[in-house]
Design a protein around this ligand. Structure first.
Ligand code: SF4
Length: 431
């Protein structure tokens, strides 16, 4: 039997495109419409390389036995870490926080290695936020700073920021001026009207120079950060003259020298511009629900990531309770990883510590992290085989759809975490 699911949310990047059409024959996805190349490939191949059954020490076992072993590991640890969470839905994130609190552990998500500096800066200086819908309808100046959506968020420019015709942007691409600020000429830079080539690690200087120019100051050198004075003055003039401008910034800004101070400076520039016109900024979040991981963790603990429950109440200290720092110091003696692959992404020396301690991983596919895990529990894919809620990069919550049934015996992350919590609670009462 053939079924066509419309208005499906794509759970494969922070754009969370909500217009995907998915055709299912039997229980197999056979076609998609409106999906980008990444999304189409992920929907069509979601059944490939799946973990077929739970394992303990590499041996296949039953679901109950895997939950039991996982619970014993986490309940018996002195310094457990709960990590990942950016590629699962909000119900699972809430359960992960609950588990960390129950065992007095640390809960952290992948923003500690991507937009953590953004969060630190915005906590200090605030932010002028907007939605992608408002950008589509109003923005006539779009600046991509250290971000490359043409290769990382494939439909961003087409659907939200560059091409679409909106209420007050009826000319679409023709009515918008696009600027790319980057250290090299990316594909986004090639489609932009202006490419600002900046020296590596010099973003802070250029942001401050732009801010000073917008305020009416004069630059006394011929160039700043490798950008000629005339180009800085022209860009500042264009920014002040926009009806509505937006800065979409990525890891090129958050992970280069200056880190959270770069974002602080970007917020300062945008604040300065708001004396002249309407200007906003939005981080380009990568994992589809990393914004949800920050939001849910903040509801429950008051803090967005790097939260330690060792004293029975939440404490927040990025740089101390962030996963890489805890693992580098060898503090963690057990870890539960949900929907993430830190062994592929963390520095090798840090990932090595994961090989020394018992690791429990909840994932759909085989990854380097599942390969070194003591316990692996396969789960249903949120947004494909399970419903849930996710937060788009601009903070708008959207409801994920279930379009096919999961493999037999595979349940969502939330259900697995709930079972572990129940068993850990019982083990603690017995002790
Ligand atoms: S741009 Fe992102 S959310 Fe949109 S279809 Fe592609 S992968 Fe999915």
């Amino acid at each position: 039997m053939m079924a066509v699911h419309s208005d499906v949310i794509c759970p494969f990047c922070g754009c969370l495109c909500d217009d995907i059409e998915v055709t299912v024959e039997g229980n197999e996805i056979v076609n998609t419409r409106n999906a980008c190349a990444v999304s189409r490939s992920k929907f069509l191949n979601h059944g490939l390389n799946r973990i077929s059954a739970p394992t303990v020490d590499g041996e296949e076992t039953g679901y109950d036995e895997a939950v039991e072993e996982a619970s014993r590991i986490i309940a018996g640890a002195r310094r457990p870490l709960v990590y990942g969470l950016s590629s699962t839905e909000c119900g699972a994130i809430a359960k992960a926080v609950e588990l960390a609190e129950l065992v007095g552990g640390v809960v952290d998500n992948t923003s500690s290695v991507c937009h953590g500096p953004t969060i630190l800066a915005l906590q200090q200086v605030g932010e002028s936020k907007t939605t992608l819908g408002e950008v589509k309808n109003r923005a006539d100046l779009v600046i991509f700073w250290g971000s490359n959506p043409t290769e990382a968020h494939l439909r961003h420019v087409i659907r939200y920021s560059g091409m679409p015709k909106g209420l007050y942007t009826p000319e679409g691409r023709k009515g918008r001026y696009i600027v790319a600020v980057d250290v090299r000429e990316t594909r986004t830079a090639r489609l932009a009207d202006q490419f600002v080539k900046i020296e590596p690690n010099a973003d802070l200087e250029l942001l401050q120079a732009l801010r000073a120019t917008v305020r009416g100051g004069k630059i006394s050198t011929d160039e700043v950060a490798g950008v000629p004075r005339s180009q800085i003055e022209e860009l500042a003039r264009r920014m002040k003259g926009a009806k509505m401008g937006i800065v979409f910034f990525g890891l090129g800004l958050t992970q280069s020298d200056g880190r959270h101070m770069n974002i602080d400076a970007a917020v300062g520039l945008v604040a300065e511009l708001n004396h002249h016109t309407k200007f906003l900024l939005t981080p380009m979040r990568g994992h589809y629900n990393v914004a949800g991981a920050n939001t849910v963790t903040t509801w429950q603990t008051g803090y967005p990531y790097a939260v330690d429950f060792a004293r029975g109440y939440p404490r927040y200290n990025p740089g101390e309770y962030t996963s890489i720092d805890l693992l580098a110091k060898g503090e963690v003696d057990a870890a539960i990883i949900v929907a993430s692959d830190p062994v592929s992404n963390f520095p090798a020396e840090v990932a090595k510590h994961l090989a020394r301690i018992p690791v429990v991983t909840l994932d759909q596919k085989i990854t380097p992290t599942t390969m070194l895990s003591k316990v692996v529990i396969p789960v249903a894919t949120a947004g494909v085989e399970a419903e849930g809620t996710a937060y788009r990069m601009d903070g708008v919550p959207l409801r994920l759809k279930k379009v096919v049934e999961p493999h037999e015996g595979h349940v969502p992350d939330e259900e697995v975490l709930d079972a572990i919590i129940e068993r850990v609670r019982a083990l603690k009462e017995e002790a």
